[in-house]
Design a protein. Sequence first.
Length: 536
Amino acid sequence: MRARTKPPSQSLPGPNRWILAFAALAAFLPGCATFRPEAPAGPTFALARPGPTRLGRAFAPGQERHPGESGFALLPYGLEALVARAALADTSDRTIDAEYYIYDHDEAGNFLTSRLLSAADRGVRVRLLLDDFNFGSERELMALCAHPLIQVRVFNPVAYRLRWARLLEYAIDFRRADRRMHDKLLIVDNEVAILGGRNIGDAYFNLHTKRAFRDFDVLAAGPVTAEASASFDRFWNSGYSVPAPALVGRNPSADDLAWLRRRVQASGRRAAEFETNYAATRAGYLRSLEHEGGALVWAAGEIVSDPPEKVEGATPQTNPVAGRLAEEWARATKEILVEQSYFVPGPPGAPGFRDLPRTAAAVRILTSGADTTDVPIVYGAYRRSRQGLLASGIELYEYRQQPARRQPGQQWDQVQPPFAALHSKVLVFDRRIAWIGSYNLDPRSARLNTEIALVVPSERLAGELAAAIIDDLSPERSWRVRLTTDADRARGARGPIVWVGAVNGRPVLIRHDPATTWRRIEVFFQALIPGLGDQL
């Protein structure tokens, strides 16, 4: 969707004349290291006992019925995920903590910003932590800091804020600058959390967009929220997180905040239809989760998160998410279902997939198609391994550009964009363990980015997630990739693999990547880059 959703790849060819020119300019700049303010920000923490809150009272009956367990609700639809975030923010009484890799300033982003401002106006403390690579509009986020109850910090920032200087810093200090915080996390009153694959932006919530992401989040209420807060606090108070005003060398003013309020209100008027629908469903949405027999699944759950120190290098101590994934993979004996937008197995594999143990379980993997990936170079790396994966017995599927609706008439599936893309990061092990988080099966998640995941041993939640994945594997929503048979060759297939699916209920066989000629040429040549699978 956007080239900026992934930092430049280490796999690209070595120094060229532009890199050399940047290096020459570097002589005139101070040494590049993680930006550190002269006066480090003081630590703050989640409230261990936030006191009586509306959210605490709302979910208390469920916790009494399920002592020691947490309540979980899958958020497979973009509009529902946006309503859930807004409903929690509007019900907040004490604190809101948000941690995101991308925070766009489009209609969805401005709508959520308006909810943060409204909460702060009511006396709620707001902490917003963003990765620097996708920091977005500095003026808007800086203006938030003018509110006395809102703080914004930036993780692993570059020292130079001008765009050309940022590129220069990537060129001369790539090893540090390429390591990013990929987490996506919202916590309200230390009572309820939302985490998963969605960043903040129109495409992630299917809001007034020509392109929409298929993705998953999960809402969690109960003891597991404290684990999410502990992860947030580790990042917020680390030396890698810098207050936003320190990056530009000035404190924002009341005029900045007034400008932001006007801008957010103007954007809200453009999203008037969603505002109306949201207001009508907000109260009922939380009630639908709370009542007995509602959407919440009560079970034990565990937050697994990489520490901020992973940006210094991946080790067993700084890479617990990858370690836990390997453990769950090894335990599976019957079936592993995988829905992953960025899947880079590598030839013959790469960390994040190559290092996963061999298993007797049947493995079905859905990933992005050539025409639905927002990062073609990733598809180019995956493309080189397809034949070997199929020969090993793994079932492969590729998400379609125009998938059929999942459940016609479902209230959260109102938008049918002309272009869809996959952004999911979910797995199901033996229909018993549900895994929802930010981790991709690629070397970037294994080596470079910090990641977070929720692991829930629940047959009911795993069953709900498995049903959603299997629906996405259907012939009307994805192409199944398989080795070419004699029957296929009789129908004109010449390559080693074919794609099969259905259009309007009729079976279809495709003999090449289902994409435009230009996209097929693009991924073909990117797949030839030496070492690509080990570096993305």
